[in-house]
Write a protein of this length. Structure first.
Length: 134
């Protein structure tokens, strides 16, 4: 099996579309903010957005609650050249961060964390400069 893409099931499709396309500048492969499905390219990965209500109909779970999970069950991790520069650029676009840029010396990376409009966690990271790899 080969992972082809990650699909996010979202309640506010248009807002999420604008976030991934307009704020993060991912290339749109298909769909618009007025559709129920869209795909974006981010490096070698494809991220799909799909209206959550449509997927519940497919799975037969439309009668179940859409309540939020108590803990994150996944995180998107993106390698960037300069965490601080990307952080500044996204802050200028109005993005609020869960965690400002900081070093995680044990992992030898600099990271910052934000959330998309649906609350999905996103990490931006870069290797620490001048750190020697084991």
């Amino acid at each position: 099996m080969k992972l082809t893409h990650i699909r996010l099931l979202v309640t506010d499709f248009a807002r999420c579309y604008r976030f991934y396309h307009g704020i993060l500048n991912f290339k749109s492969l298909m769909g618009t903010e007025n559709d129920v499905y869209a795909e974006f390219r981010s490096g070698h990965l494809i991220i799909g957005l799909f209206k959550k209500e449509n997927m519940t109909k497919v799975l037969g779970t439309e009668s179940l609650s859409n309540s939020a999970r108590p803990q994150d069950s996944f995180i998107f991790c993106y390698d960037v050249h300069d965490v601080d520069a990307v952080y500044k650029k996204l802050c200028e676009k109005g993005v609020k961060f869960e965690a400002k840029p900081h070093d995680q010396k044990e992992e030898m990376i600099r990271v910052a964390h934000l959330r998309d409009p649906e609350g999905n966690c996103i990490e931006i990271n870069a290797p620490l400069k001048n750190e020697k790899l084991p």
